[in-house]
Write a protein that binds this ligand. Sequence first.
Ligand SMILES: [Zn+2]
Length: 502
Amino acid sequence: MKLYILFVSFIMSLSASCQSKMAETTLKENPEKQADITSALYDTYDTYKESSLAKRRIKHHEIQPLIAKFKAKEGYAVTKVGESIEGRPLSLISVGSGATNVFLWSQMHGDEPTATQAIFDILNFLDSKDFQKEKASILRNLTLHFLPMLNPDGAEVYTRRNTLGIDINRDALALQSPEGRTLKRVRDSLDADFGFNLHDQSTYYNAERTEKPATISYLAPAYNYEKDINDVRANAMKIIVYMNKIIQNYAPGQVGRYNDDFEPRAFGDNIQKWGTSAILIESGGFNKDTEKQEIRKLNYVSILSAIYTISDKSYTEIAIADYEKIPENDRKLFDLKIENLTYKLLGKEYTLDLGIQRFENDKPNHNDFWISSSIVEQGDLSTYYGYETFDAKGYTATLGKVYPHKISSMTDFLKLDAFELLKQGYLFVSVNGIPEKIMESPLPLNITRGSYKAPANLRLAVGVNPSFFLEKNGKIMYAVVNGYLIDLQSKATSFKNALILK
Ligand SMILES: [Zn+2]
């Protein structure tokens, strides 16, 4: 009952908050109440979260039982609308009886799964016994159509492109891919009023001139080079302003506006042109959320907010000028930024900033990954930001040594006291008999395979793996191992893996 009341107030508040200056003033007078109300959906999220999907590398076979569940339910229609190149069925799940059609599709890029998970959370929410009255109103006004995982072949191997090797989001005109043809056919058959094009973006995007990651970015794509704004595009902009306002409560400053340069071959741009108000949602990065489960939750809140405002038409009152006020996406983030480091080169000392990024490498089954890091920029990085930033003023970067004792197996390697070795200046350990299937070192020590020769001097350069020590007054204080900073006193680190060097 409490939830119910919160929810009613929630919708009313959301509608009111965008309708007029007077309403805004009212809400501002009672900000506590507003915060309470808007948190209802966010706070109850776990009740509806689809627990069988818990990490990014999800596969087509994992979502089939979920789709089948809805096929068996009254009120839901599940239609096979196409097939991927490798023959995986593409399903459309529809619910509601309203005259306004809302079409949502996800993961046309196989390695962008966040919204696919959120779609099943939303379906669970719609199917739950809670909020019956409000949901009845939504489903009376709208018909919702979900097409999760448009590129299942890409998802299988966790790549952007489909099996034909093409980017489906550049195929809206030529329709060379069966997945693109399916998307076009479904859009046309529904003649949807609203279309949600659901993607993931690089975690290195930030809201311009801030250190905040662009956790969610929005775009109302342009339908021509002139970037004109007709009613179709204006409605998309209004919905975005509405969603942004909600997301600011949970990730303040972490919303970006995606570049709206016209791309004649992209689906979003063409769907806008074809008369469906197209809204792009990009899931970016969030600190310490590698599997993007918090971002999934924000997707859920964002998309449901949009559905509410479309249902009660409250978005129509929003000024599109507010769309331009959302900060633009920039790409100025590193996983680790080290500032003011002392680096010795050819006998002299220099000061450097380092920008380090950690790249995911899929394991053969594409269910898991290991990290290899690189220095991607160095020099004055004062206009860049880090998820983690370390001021290394007074610290000198030094070379790690190779541990003199050869280790005969992985089992013995795992018995080493890695932190003790790091403190003694060892960063590389030669290990024999490492099974081929092991891709990474689980300890913060890089493994070598015997023939490895340590360089005579530390080299810091773009493209180089960052593994070195930070010394102060001749004492090793920190290790940087495969791009992870490790405080050797407190052992504090977000370390995942070190490398196995060939
Ligand atoms: Zn994408």
